[in-house]
Design a binder for this molecule. Structure first.
Ligand SMILES: Nc1ncnc2c1ncn2[C@@H]1O[C@H](COP(=O)(O)OP(=O)(O)OP(=O)(O)O)[C@@H](O)[C@H]1O
Length: 859
């Protein structure tokens, strides 16, 4: 590889250089590198093949701890065929592989890959920006432009405002970055005592420098392996020693940074918490935060982790003090403060926030304040015991008294909780229970009633509130009975929280819970850092997954793969393990101890990939999940959104890929037929599945826009910025158009559901549709060629008209308490009819099959 000189003393240039270098290297040798890995593994595989042939893969997971390394025995053939254990290599192949690998067998290629990751200039840039944001660099030393570009060389070592000794060290390292030989001869400090005298401003650039050194060494090792550089035994040893030293040094620097940050946090907490109680009680009475009444419904499309800047609350109010002192958080995320203010004002609140958006704080913070103020207890209804336990652990670690009532608790413990609830001034802040427990335990209801009578009941919180609605993807019959709470405890405020609810589900939840004058806080569903893609699934789906992980640079990253069945979880996990990945499966068939162990091991990165059914779900809060892959068709768009929402909770770019095959529909059809639910619920499940299929089949509209539209949110697809496959493909596809205006003037209608509307526009000849046409006097244009539009296009057209407010949905509860939605003319219908508004539906003409079906209707 052609040698390039690293620019010195200017971090920005260094980053640019590394980016260029990396691209160049990827262009030239990525294929070779991958080949090398496969070949090396093939060689190992050959050695161990006979021993492994009899291996029982079903017990692979139990044997995981005895496996010698993460990168076990995978072959190129494993990847290319599903039958993995029979490897046939000809003697030339084996000889060639032996030649390549003999000298380098002990080199840990996977480890080098880790080295190359921090070289990513975007990551380093992000790190630098993060330091700058948190003012670890003084203003003189950084200059981040509004467009987030690093615009000056101010971050270079020359301008770091640091003591001369540290400056020397940093400069020294910067020079070493340029010169691996100098680095090899450098005597690394053994004790790391020098770090004790350094400040964060000095440690951070030092860390980057040492990381760069480690990368450089790994690259040289890699070039030797590749044959680009001559193999020299002593040099390789030296490189390896230096690499190990730099690794140690990185650890030491990171540890020191953490130490300083903890110390800073500790002193902040101790200095501010001493007079917490008195200050709180002093100020709460007079300082109840105000509510912005105009914001009853806030639809926001701002970024996922945007700070809440919309509500004006003094930063020294009790709310902020509890945020800092108790929850140890610096700022509110978007809409948190609004929800908290509404709750503290005694209102019913419905909170719709994306997964990982921070819903828990919306009820936990008011619960702390309410208990501080008047010893009130907040009752939280949550669907899963595991979810409850996670929350309680987290709260207790923050010093917040929280307990749970559950069926399998021993009597003493339960009585203790009831005793606490009987106290005149309970110190218990939050009591968690499942809806089933609330429905069954008379003692629990009596204790809550006692709290109520004594004015000690702060509010009811319904977590995962979509379970209340039978239109939701996770309906729980016991949740529906929660509506009784309003009758039994009039005047006690309620808060319902969910991450997934269509407009219909939202209305249904509010209706079922009998929430009154409810403050509805909804936040944009958009997760800008997630990329969406649907891939056509072929017969070797495991290979597709492995290829995707490799091609998107996720080899060392954390991910989740969702499968429909337990068997496919085990099969996919097995294939991934054969292909070097630290993967484990997780499903309801495992006992609770194993499930907890696997989840813990995944959290601690012992496993990088979890292959799971949807049993692996609610309450997962791992920030660095870089990909979520659906191996099979999800059952609903709501479920899909929630599952993909587990990616990128730290806000960094992450991939969501769905392997789609229409035949997966039949598996889900069977699940619906044999699963729980009455006729109406099963019809809803089928409708959910249809929506999911439409999403997968639709290769035209922006994925993000489709998901947002499903949740009733408008999304301008130009904001997608080509982060979904359809928007990317649109760049190369030809489009034809359908003029909605031409037909809209004829579409006058009343009490028609969405499905009926699609059927009518499609000209379906089914009896019920004819009936609808007659009875609702819906007039189609006389010359309307219904056969020219596919069902998908009709569906897209209606959604487009809904999004443009030409049509609108009216929700109406029936006498049984279910909510139906009917399509009606919307506020923009008139404009369309008067030809003031033009709506064009783009249609794809990529495949010949599509062309035949969709005859173009031009304006
Ligand atoms: N204001 C904040 N600042 C920083 N971190 C926060 C803030 N609020 C919440 N978080 C963190 O965000 C993560 C997600 O929060 P939380 O579990 O409440 O999300 P959620 O909306 O309930 O997600 P899910 O729907 O997936 O359960 C947690 O680790 C939490 O500590």
């Amino acid at each position: 590889m052609q040698s390039m000189t690293v620019p010195r003393n200017n971090l920005k240039q260094q980053l640019q250089w590394y980016e260029q270098y990396r691209k160049e290297r990827q262009k030239r040798s990525e294929v070779n590198f991958e080949t090398y890995i496969w070949e090396q593994n093939t060689k190992r595989r050959c050695h161990q093949q006979s021993a492994e042939r009899d291996m029982n893969f079903t017990s692979l997971q139990e044997k995981e701890n005895t496996l010698p390394s993460s990168c076990e025995n995978v072959t190129r053939k494993d990847l290319h065929s599903t039958s993995s254990s029979n490897i046939n290599l000809n003697s030339n192949e084996v000889k060639e592989i032996n030649q390549i690998t003999d000298l380098k067998d002990d080199m840990d290629i996977q480890d080098w890959l880790v080295d190359l990751e921090p070289l990513d200039p975007m990551e380093i840039k992000a790190e630098i920006e993060e330091w700058t944001r948190s003012s670890k660099f003084s203003a003189n030393n950084s200059n981040i432009a509004s467009n987030d570009e690093i615009v000056t060389s101010d971050l270079s070592i020359n301008t770091v405002n640091a003591p001369i000794t540290a400056l020397n060290t940093i400069e020294h390292f910067a020079i070493l970055c340029d010169d691996v030989d100098a680095c090899l001869n450098f005597s690394w400090p053994e004790d790391n005592h020098d770090l004790l005298n350094m400040s964060l401003t000095e440690l951070q650039p030092l860390l980057v420098s040492v990381k760069i050194i480690k990368c450089k060494i790994s690259e040289e090792l890699y070039e030797i392996v590749e044959g680009d550089k001559k193999y020299d035994n002593s040099r390789v040893s030296l490189l390896k020693i230096t690499r190990a030293n730099s690794k140690k040094r990185i650890g030491a620097i990171q540890q020191r940074i953490q130490q300083i940050e903890c110390d800073t946090m500790g002193s902040f907490v101790s200095s501010s918490s001493t007079d917490f109680g008195s200050r709180l009680s002093e100020s709460v009475e007079n300082d109840t935060p105000t509510i912005d009444r105009d914001s009853a419904t806030v639809i926001s499309t701002s970024s996922y982790f945007d700070k809440d800047e919309t509500t004006q609350s003094s930063t020294d109010s009790p709310v902020y003090r509890v945020l800092h002192d108790t929850f140890k958080l610096a700022t509110f995320r978007q809409n948190q403060l609004k929800a908290i203010n509404a709750a503290l004002n005694g209102q019913d609140v419905f909170v719709l926030m994306p997964t990982g958006g921070g819903k828990s704080l919306c009820y936990q913070l008011p619960a702390v304040l309410d208990n501080q103020r008047s010893h009130k207890i907040t009752i939280v209804i949550s669907p899963l015991l595991s979810l409850i336990q996670d929350q309680i652990l987290r709260l207790n670690s923050l010093g917040i008294p929280a307990l749970d009532l559950q069926g399998n608790q021993d009597l003493d413990r339960r009585n203790l909780i009831f005793f606490e609830m009987q106290k005149a001034s309970p110190s218990l802040v939050l009591l968690y229970l499942t809806p089933e427990m609330l429905g069954k335990s008379i003692k629990a209801i009596e204790s809550i009633q006692s709290l109520y009578k004594r004015g000690l009941l702060a509010r009811f919180v319904i977590d995962e509130a979509h379970c209340v609605s039978q239109w939701g993807h996770d309906f729980r019959p016991d949740y529906k009975d929660l509506g009784q709470l309003r009758k039994k405890f009039p005047g006690v405020p309620m808060m319902a929280l969910t991450a997934t609810a269509t407009s219909r589900v939202k209305e249904d939840v509010i209706h079922n819970l009998r929430m009154e004058n409810c403050e509805i806080i909804t936040q944009g569903f958009n997760r800008p850092n997630l990329n969406y893609k649907v891939i056509k699934k072929n017969t070797n789906s495991e290979k597709q997954i492995i290829e995707f992980i490799h091609s998107s640079g996720h080899v060392r990253h954390c991910g989740i793969i969702y499968c429909t069945s337990k068997a496919s979880c085990e099969e996919v996990a097995k294939k991934l393990r054969l292909a070097c990945f630290k993967a484990a499966f997780y499903h309801a068939g495992l006992d609770a101890v194993d499930r907890t162990r696997i989840q813990d091991d995944w959290h601690s990165n012992k496993y990088k990939i979890i292959v799971a059914t949807t049993a692996f779900g609610m309450g997962i809060d791992k920030p660095d999940v870089r990909f979520v892959i659906h191996h099979s068709l999800p059952q609903s768009l709501e479920g899909y959104y929630q599952e993909t929402g587990r990616a990128g909770r730290d806000g960094n770019p992450s991939n969501c890929v769905l392997l789609y095959s229409y035949s997966d529909k039949h598996t889900i059809d069977r699940l619906i037929v044999h699963g729980e639910g009455n006729y109406e619920q099963k019809q809803q499940q089928r409708a959910n599945l249809r929506e999911m299929l439409k999403y997968c089949e639709n290769q035209v509209d922006c994925r993000r826009q489709q998901i947002m539209a499903y949740f009733g949110e408008q999304f301008d697809k130009s904001q997608c910025q080509f982060t979904c496959d359809n928007c990317k493909n649109a760049l190369t596809q030809q489009r034809s158009t359908y003029d909605a205006q031409k037909d809209a003037k004829y579409n006058r209608h009343k009490d028609v559901t969405l499905t009926q509307y699609v059927n009518i526009l499609k000209g379906s000849s089914s009896k019920s549709t004819e009936n609808v046409v007659k009875t609702k006097q819906l007039i189609l244009p006389p010359n309307f060629k219904t056969s020219t539009l596919s069902t998908i296009d009709v569906d897209r057209l209606i959604k487009l008209l809904l999004l443009q407010d030409v049509l609108t949905e009216r929700y109406q509860p029936n006498e049984y308490g279910s909510v139906y939605s009917y399509i009606e003319l919307g506020p923009n219908a008139e404009a369309l009819l008067k030809e003031k508004l033009k709506i064009v539906l783009p249609r794809v003409e990529k495949h010949s099959a599509v062309k035949k079906k969709n005859i173009t209707i031009s304006p």
